[in-house]
Design a protein around this ligand. Structure first.
Ligand SMILES: [Zn+2]
Ligand SMILES: [Zn+2]
Length: 468
């Protein structure tokens, strides 16, 4: 329907040579031809139209008179005579188009003014009509649009069937549409460069932003606002961002992203599996941002400027390393703590053999020897219990467990010791509940025996028989 003619030959050259992603079409470089619109449904043209009544006759004849003068009608239009692309015969049918569209618009207003959506119906139709007049290259305006608007405005004003507030709404729309300030020229290449910088700057490398990156890469989010779809033209208007409004929209987007996705929210949702790793990523991103920004100093003295830049850089490096080291230390501590835990979970730590009781299994025989060399001995050479007091075993375990500087026996519960000892020593038979480990043995010289065991251990140690 729209027929656009590019009138600036340089533009075509630019289009072919440009290395930029977007090519900007300036309103001074093209003309949109006017086009006819069909009569609305149910419209019946009156007999002798446009000479059917005084109003239509006047609208038609005044436009005819004006087009005869055109482009000598005003100073602005006079300049058209110097334009090589201008051909007056293209605009000669305009008077009939104007009066027809006035009549169509009257029909639509009469039909729709009582509808609940009268405002959308009527303004969509007005927009449809206004756009059909096309446009001359800037600054020559639109041929015939003034005549259409002036007459339809007059018709609405004097129409007693339209309520006052509806009149004001419709006339307000026409007035606003006419006075629309042309959009501030926006070069999409400038917007695209801003966007690419933002993509590079935003910390998409952080774990919780990674999945979002693909949503933003390769996009051109330059539309500020999408309007309602016009029910007559079928078109949806879109407003392109200016540089300033695009900056603001990116600021809003940044704020939205960082407030909706962050450590707190990830933690609450249970996604923060490795907070220290995230912390390190954040420390790195912070340093990267500062490095991307670079270092400058306002000092007028060149030497001082240089010194201050280096000083500021050193301070940042020190801070970065300090944060990094703290985080890495935390990570190391965590992994140390994690190991015994996972071992506990993965492996049954219950000792199976007598040697398993010992921190160093090689010491099991020499510690056994203690029970044979005590006076009187408690076991014989074939590990049979020959003593008179089973209280020696808990005592023996206690001394080995608390041995300095390193314990010789690992810590287990009483029943574990009891099971291993009963298996290892024939005839020992410690009770099922290992009560021997909690009993007080009045007839056992506990202190004397403890001292004896320690002395023997010390002798073994000095003679090198006790391994570490
Ligand atoms: Zn008429
Ligand atoms: Zn003029």
């Amino acid at each position: 329907m729209k027929d656009v003619k590019i009138i600036n030959p340089n533009f075509i050259d630019n289009l072919n040579c440009s290395k930029e992603k977007y090519v900007y079409l300036d309103p001074k470089d093209f003309e949109i031809y006017a086009y006819d619109i069909p009569a609305p449904n149910g419209y019946i043209e009156l007999e002798k139209f446009p000479y059917c009544c005084e109003f239509h006759t006047h609208a038609y004849e005044s436009t005819q008179e004006w087009i005869k003068l055109f482009p000598n009608c005003c100073e602005n239009h006079k300049n058209l005579l110097r334009e090589s692309w201008f051909n007056k015969s293209n605009y000669m049918g305009i008077a009939l188009k104007v009066v027809r569209q006035i009549s169509y618009t009257e029909h639509i207003i009469n039909e729709k003014i009582k509808n609940t959506d009268w405002n959308e119906e009527i303004t969509d139709y007005l927009e449809y009509n206004i756009l059909s007049f096309g446009q001359l290259p800037k600054p020559y305006g639109v041929v015939g649009l003034q005549q259409y608007e002036r007459n339809i405005t007059h018709w609405i004003r004097q129409n007693s069937n339209i309520e006052q507030h509806k009149k004001e709404y419709i006339l307000g729309f026409i007035n606003e549409f006419r006075n629309q300030t042309p959009q501030e020229k926006t070069d999409l290449n400038i917007l695209n460069n801003i966007y690419l910088k933002w993509l590079a700057l935003f910390p998409f490398e952080l774990e919780f932003f990674k999945s979002l990156k693909s949503k933003f890469i390769g996009k051109s989010p330059f539309i500020k606002q999408i309007g309602r779809k016009n029910r007559y033209t079928g078109e949806t208007s879109a407003e392109i961002h200016t540089k300033d409004s695009f900056f603001n929209s990116l600021l809003e987007l940044t704020n939205k992203l960082i407030t909706e996705t962050n450590s707190l929210i990830s933690y609450q949702k249970g996604y923060l599996n490795d907070p220290v790793k995230t912390q390190i990523e954040i420390i790195n991103q912070k340093r990267l941002l500062k490095l991307q920004k670079g270092y400058t100093n306002n000092s007028s003295n060149e030497e001082r400027k240089f010194r201050r830049i280096i000083k500021s850089w050193l301070k940042d490096e020190k801070e970065y390393l300090s944060e990094l080291i703290t985080a890495i230390k935390t990570k190391d501590c965590q992994s140390h703590k994690e190991t015994p835990l996972s071992k506990k979970n993965n492996r049954d730590n219950t000792p199976k053999k007598f040697e398993d009781l010992f921190c160093n299994p090689n010491n099991s025989n020499i510690c056994l020897e203690i029970l044979r060399v005590l006076d009187p001995p408690f076991i014989d050479s074939s590990n049979t219990y020959i003593g008179k007091n089973k209280g020696i075993f808990p005592l023996w375990i206690k001394v080995l467990k608390t041995h300095n500087p390193e314990p010789l026996i690992k810590h287990f519960d009483d029943k574990t010791y009891k099971n291993i000892l009963n298996n290892h020593f024939k005839g020992l038979n410690l009770s099922k509940d290992a009560s021997e480990f909690r009993k007080v043995y009045a007839r056992l010289d506990t202190k004397g025996l403890e001292q004896q065991i320690k002395t023997i251990l010390s002798q073994f140690s000095q003679s090198g028989r006790l391994g570490k």
